[in-house]
Design a protein around this ligand. Structure first.
Ligand code: SAH
Ligand code: SF4
Length: 373
């Protein structure tokens, strides 16, 4: 993307040393890499087929590659750059949590959710997050580093493989794990382009949702992208007083600027925006706030997802009762704004909002994000 306003407080892609692996490369880049190590470029297509259609887990499984090339690749381009260190499943078997350690010892989590009609993966795009929303476990320890495109691709492919083992196809992807995708814009777009490539995973753009806390210039950049992505905007409050306390980037891009960017996005793409609203008792769930939200959003091509707050033990917020949640949603809906209540999946295995990572890090005695138990 071009960023004409360098003074904006947007985190650059981490400049730490990176480990480039198979999943970081577009098919053209892979072809170039093969030529660089003296192998024919046509192998790239074969390798993409093994990696993204057969979901192999090593070069050794790419049966039609010469053994010498497999060895060379192992040396020059690691196949997987993250190790899966744990996986958990809920008792009813419909939510899986994958936990990774990166090459530099960071912990990353991914959640696969199975529904009757679809299978959705929730990927992380950063370790921690610089935005620091008041109610979010991920933001507690700040940003450690952004993930590379390949690290996000690996999460997706592992989820697709897991779904396939269960006799299912991975159908949807949401960037609602750890991190702020629009503060890791270049790698996020690279990741999306790799999984979208019809010669590889062929993941439809319309099945991908990018969720943001409201990084306005990057919402405008996203509107210019040729892909038909879904955009979710984490609104959480209908006015600046309240939103400023919950979502710190509101100080830089207040509600009116955020909604203006959303309107530009809708006008440019013709696509409906989802507004996410984490509902916290006594904070943003009064009848008055519900009316204010309904009035604010009325007439827009949008949908509101009310997400009942997932308790984070070191934080003082509370989840409202079911009656309160339904009442809030009904009031917003009464303004003609389509509204759905979405309960987070996998709370029992800490699959919601950075919790398992915190627990895993506590168990191996690493400082960083505070444990939530
Ligand atoms: N950084 C992006 C995407 C990751 S967060 C964003 O903020 O949109 C994904 C969603 O989970 C966001 O809507 C976020 O506000 C919400 N969320 C974070 N912590 C939560 C919690 N404890 N309970 C409910 N929702 C939460
Ligand atoms: Fe970051 Fe999103 Fe958590 Fe806010 S809610 S701290 S933007 S991950």
């Amino acid at each position: 993307m071009s960023d004409s306003t360098p003074t904006l407080p947007i985190m650059p892609v981490s400049r730490r040393k990176r480990l480039v692996g198979f999943y970081d490369l577009s098919i053209e880049e892979l072809a170039a890499k093969l030529q660089e190590i003296g192998a024919p470029a046509f192998r790239a297509k074969q390798m993409y087929n093994w990696g993204y259609e057969h979901f192999v887990e090593s070069y050794a499984e790419m049966k039609n590659l010469p053994a010498a090339l497999q060895d060379q690749l192992e040396e020059h381009l690691p196949f997987r750059t993250m190790t899966m260190v744990d996986s958990k499943v809920t008792d009813d078997g419909d939510t899986y949590k994958l936990l990774y350690e990166t090459f530099d010892g960071q912990v990353v989590e991914t959640v696969l959710m199975l529904y009757p009609d679809r299978a959705t993966v929730c990927v992380s795009c950063q370790v921690g997050c610089a935005v620091g929303c008041a109610f979010c476990a991920t933001g507690l320890g700040g940003l450690t580093r952004s993930l590379s495109a390949g690290e996000i691709v690996q999460q997706t492919v592992d989820a697709a493989r897991q779904a396939k083992r269960l006799g299912r196809n991975l159908t949807n992807l949401v960037m609602m794990g750890m991190g702020e995708p629009l503060q890791n814009y270049a790698e996020t777009m690279k990741f999306i382009n790799i999984i979208h490539d019809p010669r590889g995973l062929n993941f439809g753009a319309r099945r991908i949702t990018v969720s943001t806390s409201g990084i306005v210039p990057r919402i405008d950049a996203l509107a210019e992208e040729p892909l038909q992505l879904n955009l979710a905007v984490s609104l959480h409050a209908p006015n600046n007083d309240l939103r400023g306390q919950l979502v710190p980037v509101n100080g830089r891009w207040p509600v009116e600027e955020l909604l203006a960017a959303c309107d530009r996005y809708i006008a440019k793409t013709g696509r409906r925006i989802s507004f996410e609203y984490a509902l916290m008792n006594g904070i943003n769930n009064s009848d008055e706030t519900a009316h204010e939200l309904g009035t604010l959003l009325r007439g827009r091509l949008c949908h509101v997802n009310v997400i009942p707050f997932n308790p984070v033990e070191v934080l003082d917020f509370e989840r409202p009762t079911v009656e309160m949640i339904d009442r809030f949603a009904a009031i917003v809906q009464s303004h003609g704004v389509p509204t759905t209540v979405r309960y987070s999946r996998g709370v029992e295995i800490d699959a919601a909002c950075g919790q398992l990572r915190a627990r895993y890090e506590a168990s191996r005695g690493k400082s960083g994000v505070q444990p939530t138990i």
